[in-house]
Ligand binder design. Structure first.
Ligand code: SF4
Ligand code: SF4
Length: 370
């Protein structure tokens, strides 16, 4: 279990990726390799929401040169169910895939899963059929799960509306974190290569700030990779429920002192976690016992809202109604932030003065409140 950290730029990423992939003793020729970036939705690459196409392109080139059968694709986030190709085109992934893009949404298969929240799940056929899975996540925060990295990238195995249904079935942070790990366990990636050249902090996964860290991270263990990512964010991996659960299940090491790290592990200066994050003992106690009372809710910014209705359509519990713009029913809202994730116009923030009070109590600097 080793995590590699290398300096990189998007312009010069090709040789970096080549050296990183050379470090894994894999015979590629003739193998069906699925390259799975994080394509959250139809965001342009420069927005920093999706895995950058130059990282994907470098991986595809490496694999093609070695005779692999390459598939590139993702089931984008909440918005892109019916429009995987649009999201892949706008984000530049189709171009980077050099003829190897496949629409993962077109070939569903039912998969058995060990989960309290699911009896079975519909995933892309390519997930169980590939010989080698390369996860290519983005280094980002997430308002619900706190981080979006290699483990959470597996959520894109799921096709269509089941993603939204799972949010409704596993509505609280701990439950949803468990469900994400359940899905990750369906098919852990063989290698994860993380785009940490430009990272997103604060109100991720789509409305945060961009920070240039200039790094590519890679590992044969996605949990260990995410633990290193959390450390670079300046937080303890065990304060991220998804990682704590994965660690307790023996899926990977989250104690960074026990992970072999090849490269400089440096905390990113000024990196902000989402407003929903609370670390340390006080933070976790507050999250566990007070969180249900002060749970953050989305706040709509009418100046930015274009009235596209994406949030209205995506809400899994119909907590949004329409009155010349989105209106929230706070009692129905389960704080899943699917609406925020689906808003292409950064018109949804997090509301609640209690969060500011919590931040003051824990001394934690967090992201913008919108
Ligand atoms: S808040 Fe965002 S997603 Fe909702 S209608 Fe406005 S622009 Fe569209
Ligand atoms: S309003 Fe937004 S945060 Fe609340 S349940 Fe609906 S999609 Fe989730």
């Amino acid at each position: 279990m080793k995590v590699i950290i290398r300096k990189a730029t998007y312009e010069g990423v090709k040789p970096v990726i080549e050296k990183i992939l050379d470090a894994f003793p894999i015979e590629w020729e003739g193998k069906k390799v699925l390259v799975k970036p994080n394509i959250l939705g139809p965001w342009k690459a420069e927005k920093g929401v999706t895995t950058h196409p130059s990282v994907v392109g470098a991986i595809v080139g490496y694999l093609k040169d070695r005779g692999a059968v390459v598939w590139v694709g993702d089931n984008p986030g909440i918005l892109g169910y019916a429009d995987n190709e649009k999201s892949a085109r706008v984000s530049g992934i189709i171009g980077a895939a050099r003829g190897c893009y496949i629409n993962l949404g077109k070939d569903p298969v039912k998969a058995g899963i060990e989960s309290k929240y699911l009896n079975g799940i519909t995933i892309s056929r390519q997930i169980p059929e590939c010989d080698i899975l390369i996860s290519v996540p983005k280094f980002k925060t997430h308002a619900l799960t706190m981080i979006t990295g290699a483990v959470k990238n597996s959520y894109g195995f799921i096709i269509g509306a089941e993603k939204v249904l799972l949010h409704a079935k596993a509505a609280a942070l701990l439950k949803f974190s468990e469900a994400v790990v359940d899905i990750y366990q369906l098919r852990p990636p063989d290698i994860s290569v993380m785009d940490a050249i430009v990272c997103m902090d604060g109100k991720g996964p789509s409305g945060g700030g961009l920070i240039e860290a200039g790094k590519i991270l890679a590992s044969d263990n996605a949990v260990a990779l995410d633990a290193v990512m959390a450390s670079m964010m300046g937080v303890k991996p065990r304060d991220i429920p998804m990682l704590r659960i994965a660690g307790e299940r023996g899926l990977g090491e989250i104690d960074v002192s026990k992970i072999e790290i090849d490269g400089p592990l440096e905390v990113i200066d000024g990196f902000r976690m989402p407003q929903t994050f609370a670390g340390g003992i006080i933070g976790s106690l507050i999250n566990r016992f007070v969180f249900p009372l002060l749970r953050a809710k989305p706040a709509f910014d009418s100046r930015r809202c274009t009235k596209c209705r994406a949030c209205l359509e995506v809400c899994p519990v119909k907590a949004i109604s329409w009155d010349d713009g989105p209106v929230l029913d706070r009692r129905k809202c389960i704080s899943c932030f699917c609406c925020m994730e689906s808003c292409l116009f950064d018109a949804i923030g997090l509301g609640g003065f209690l969060y500011k009070l919590r931040d003051a109590l824990t001394g934690k600097i967090t992201g913008e409140t919108g």
